[in-house]
Design a protein around this ligand. Sequence first.
Ligand SMILES: [Zn+2]
Ligand SMILES: [Zn+2]
Length: 221
Amino acid sequence: MNYCLKKDTEDFLEKYFNFSINTEMEIQNCLVLDGVIDIIDKEGVFWQNYNIRILLSKLNYPNVIPEVFELSSKIDRDIKFHIDTNGKCCLDIYHRLALVQRRGINIIDFYKRFVYPFFANHQFKIKTDSYANGEYDHDIAGVIQYYKEEFELTDFTIIIKYLECSLGILKAERNRECPICGKPKYKKCCAMKVEKLKSYGNKLLKLDLKIFKENLSTITS
Ligand SMILES: [Zn+2]
Ligand SMILES: [Zn+2]
């Protein structure tokens, strides 16, 4: 087994003793962690528990997003709860997860940042009909929402220029006129957002570029 995965899993199991490695489930190249999550609020009041399964790729760990399944069927299999018919949980928008994957995960941190909050949020949603920290739409609407919230960008034509600049299709020089907004010095206006975008990796940026281009033509035609 991948040494990093072995060590991180041992640390995880020591901390979360409701979990164990399921050796009977054979899922190709995956380590299977089964366990129970207890959702407890700030006052220590027990809300609910969920049986869950976490799949960790033995090949790609730590550069991987664990797949998380809810096994107890306490969450309606309805996409409004960010879960699919197989119980696979949609932990966050793909963009944020892609950044996390590129940096590499630690399963304890990932559990604290994405897994536990997902189930705590389900309780919150049931009680209040909304999520504690908002939520992202799925598919294209989610991507558009992400650019709006994360980059404060809504104009598709501008977003396309940003993406082209990030991918090197559109050339920009720090002290020259900005190819995105036209201001005299690129470094003083759009360069920062372009650098931030670059951290998502070309694969994702190309996909986004395709999405915005396709939707631009549907709007203008
Ligand atoms: Zn979702
Ligand atoms: Zn600019």
